[in-house]
Design a protein around this ligand. Structure first.
Ligand code: GDD
Ligand code: MG
Length: 195
């Protein structure tokens, strides 16, 4: 079977109201050797970055809590979600983005971060690739209360929690953001906060 299993891609713009939603029609070569015409809607809002902030000495992590309309539309009773600090890349590289977002959202100015994964967020629907980081914070890195940008009406609550509490929330199903689950599990697997 040929390596190139996609041809004749036709793209129609459905919305560029805020980000970009396209309808893509294309011919796809099935494993059984037949060409079929397929249609997929694809949402492009760029790539993102997120970080788990941790403090070994205090045995704490920093998470955020904010209203997420899409979750409010789907089963999340009050629409608030506990998440890692995260943002969209805009024109930054992932590392610069996550350092900027950390300061905007939770008020800590980091010098160093460690990239641990790069992964597609929701590959059936979105183009978004997410860059996952972990970073150590200490009290002397605090430069503001965070909370997000007023100009964008961000309203972010900063949660500094014992790591153990975050793990309990994860195990109880109180953390429902995939990216946050991934990084808390990373911290557990790699014993970021010690044994
Ligand atoms: N007016 C308007 N504003 C929007 C819209 N969508 C987003 N925004 C604005 O854009 C800001 C984006 O803030 P960021 O901190 O950069 O992004 P984020 O929403 O936290 O996104 C992060 O999490 C997402 C998962 O929910 C990730 O998809 C994303 O890559 C990133 O990591 C939001 O606060 C909001 O003000 C929209 O449709 N309309
Ligand atoms: Mg954000």
């Amino acid at each position: 079977m040929s390596d190139n299993r996609i041809k004749n891609i036709e793209s129609t713009l459905l919305s560029d109201n805020y980000y970009i939603l396209k309808k893509l029609r294309f011919d796809y070569l099935m494993r059984n050797g037949k060409w079929v015409n397929q249609m997929r809607e694809v949402y492009d809002r760029g790539d993102g970055a997120g970080i788990l902030l941790y403090n070994k000495e205090k045995q704490t992590v920093i998470l955020t809590k904010q209203f997420r309309m899409p979750t409010y539309q789907n089963d999340n009773e009050n629409g608030f979600l506990v998440e890692i600090a995260a943002g969209m890349l805009d024109k930054d590289n992932p590392e610069a983005c996550i350092i900027r977002e950390t300061e905007e959202e939770v008020g800590y100015r980091l010098k160093e971060v460690k990239k641990v994964y790069e992964a597609y967020s929701s590959p059936g629907v979105m183009t978004e690739k997410m860059h996952f980081f972990v970073g150590e914070y200490t009290d002397d890195m605090k430069v503001s209360d965070g909370g997000g940008l007023d100009t964008e009406h961000e309203d972010i609550e900063v949660l500094e929690l014992p790591f153990e509490k975050a793990v309990t929330m994860l195990n109880n199903g109180d953390i429902q953001d995939t990216r946050t689950i991934v990084l808390l599990q990373y911290a557990m697997i790699h014993k970021l906060l010690g044994d």
